[in-house]
Design a protein around this ligand. Sequence first.
Ligand code: ZN
Length: 220
Amino acid sequence: MRALVVLVLLCGVARADDTADRDLIMAAAPTCTAGRAHCFGIRLHVPRAEDGTRLVDPAWFAAQLALANRLFEPIDASFQLEEVVGLDAAAARIDDREERTSLAQYIRRPVIDVFLTGYLVDIDKPETFAYGVTWHTKRGKLLIVSTMGRTLTLAHELGHLFGLPHSKYPESIMNKAPRDVPPPEERRFADPEIVKMRATMKRLLRDKVLAKVRARPAGS
Ligand SMILES: [Zn+2]
């Protein structure tokens, strides 16, 4: 009987910690930038930790979102978290096409679904990993971001969502070639890419793939 009580208590604690982690991610993340014409919502899916460790550092995700919000200024858009939801712990590693595609069941338009994972196998080079991917499914595009990613990974994947392929512009975050100039902190979307993203945003809004959400005040 005592063992049962302890077990029930432990389960309760594990679940509470999980919720607290998601609350911390939500609280640390910036909201839409005041004054921008377009505020888009993100639903963040976070795998539950099995061993009590935390997969996602709230400050790490907040930095990803803050950079995305800075880089989307030229199209008058920014993003905020609408919800942080738990995913099965198995999603902490995504190995192949099937595992990527299985996440499509959680897509709920018109919010952008972003899936965090710990290790994302690069399916073109399965012995290595990818920082992130925008994965096309029958239900729509889903964004997967690895916690091994760089600060600009989320902004890069959002660039794909807004219609951009990889590019060769030295200044662009869509250019994957290693280079020193310009330094990473000066990279952005190239001017022709901004033109294309603006047109794609219009289409996504018209087709109701995306819809604007109400910008929340910072810290709420
Ligand atoms: Zn890419």
